[in-house]
Design a protein around this ligand. Structure first.
Ligand code: SAM
Ligand code: DTB
Ligand code: SF4
Length: 326
């Protein structure tokens, strides 16, 4: 479990963030080495198990029916198809399989298929993760009992900026789902997106909220907006790469025992930027050439990058942290 200090304020976080870059990176790398092997990066494979036609209005998302996106809505895909994709992911070195659905929340009629997917993937020896929208008290128990390891639900941005991005569910709704997941005993994966027009304080406040949860999330995805055609954020201004690296470093320092995931947007990042993110403490990625609907680097180009950097894929979670044997 990830410990949290519970006492981060915007001021203390901002002061770290504003350090000269070399000082910030040195501190982040020091914290990283105290908690993880710095040459190991965890690899997760994503699969969209239900694509498009989502009832929510997230301004960044290609899958929202309200964004007038041209993506047609699919049904929940067959369990067998999920398991065949999971087999390929395991063969390619992924140790976690993350299944995402474009839902506001799962329906009772979907639960049996979701349970079968979790059990089938676990039988292959991979960790399981799902991201299905909001969950109620019954659903968290059903997913936990099926053996779900992680639940991804992002806060996406600061509480202040959130209503500019999503109006169909609140920041508090998201925190409620995160609390339910944690209280049911599953690991929490929660982070956000940079590049949606938020300011520097919003980025810091997002990390303060995450770090001050009753327990810091086990996994913290930091996405760089991938602008999607037909969405309100299609023409958003790109994030400055050094600003992005600073947020990764700050996330590492504020949540020392969490996996910080360099998530969406890697296909628009240079090798050098990704290397700086790993140095700043990122130690998890999505592997495979598609995310949910958007592109991701080819496995072969990630393999080349890892070879150049001397990075190796991390074993499943239990062996990953330096304190795991304690
Ligand atoms: N429907 C579920 C939900 O929103 O909780 C699960 C899937 S949703 C696509 C998961 C996360 O992906 C979002 O919370 C957001 O942080 C990230 N994401 C979605 N579209 C993105 C984009 N265009 N660029 C970067 N990140 C994105
Ligand atoms: C997360 O934070 N990023 C992933 C995962 N959690 C589910 C999703 C990225 C989606 C990128 C846009 C797309 O593929 O449509
Ligand atoms: Fe739906 Fe998730 Fe996309 Fe929001 S981010 S529109 S909830 S699929």
């Amino acid at each position: 479990m990830s410990a949290t200090s519970n006492t981060w304020t915007r001021e203390t976080a901002q002061a770290l963030h504003d350090l000269p870059l070399m000082d910030l990176l040195y501190r982040a790398q020091t914290v990283h080495r105290e908690n993880f092997d710095p040459n190991k990066v965890q690899m997760s494979r994503l699969l969209s198990i239900k694509t498009g036609g989502c009832a929510e209005d997230c301004a960044y998302c290609s899958q929202s029916a309200r964004n007038g996106s041209k993506l047609s809505a699919s049904k929940l895909i067959e369990v067998e198809r999920v398991l065949s994709e999971a087999r390929k992911a395991a063969a390619a070195g992924s140790t976690r399989f993350c299944m995402g659905a474009a839902w506001r929340e799962p329906k009772a009629r979907d639960m049996d298929a979701l349970v079968a997917m979790i059990q089938g993937v676990k039988d292959m020896g991979m960790e399981t993760c799902m991201t299905l929208g909001m969950l109620d008290d019954t659903q968290v128990v059903q997913l936990r009992d099926a053996g779900l390891d992680y639940y991804n639900h992002n806060i996406d941005t600061s509480e202040r900026y959130y209503p500019e991005v999503i109006t169909t569910r609140t920041f508090a709704d998201r925190i409620d789902t995160l609390n339910r997941v944690r209280e049911a005993g599953m690991k929490v994966c929660s982070g956000g997106i940079l590049g949606m027009g938020e300011n520097g304080e919003d980025r810091i406040d997002m990390l303060v909220t995450l770090a001050n949860l009753p327990e810091a999330p086990d996994s913290v995805p930091i996405n760089m907006l991938m602008p999607q055609a037909d969405t309100p954020l299609a023409d958003a201004k790109p994030v400055d790469p050094i600003d992005f690296v600073r947020i990764i470093a700050l996330a590492r320092i504020m949540m020392p025992k969490s996996h910080v995931r360099l998530s969406a947007g890697r296909s628009d990042m240079s090798d050098e930027m990704q290397a700086m993110c790993f140095f700043a403490g990122a130690n998890s990625i999505f592997a495979g050439d598609t995310l949910l609907t958007a592109e991701n680097p080819e496995e072969s180009s990630d393999a080349k990058l890892f070879a150049k950097l001397g990075i190796q894929p991390m074993e499943p979670d239990t062996e990953a942290r330096l304190d795991a044997a304690e």
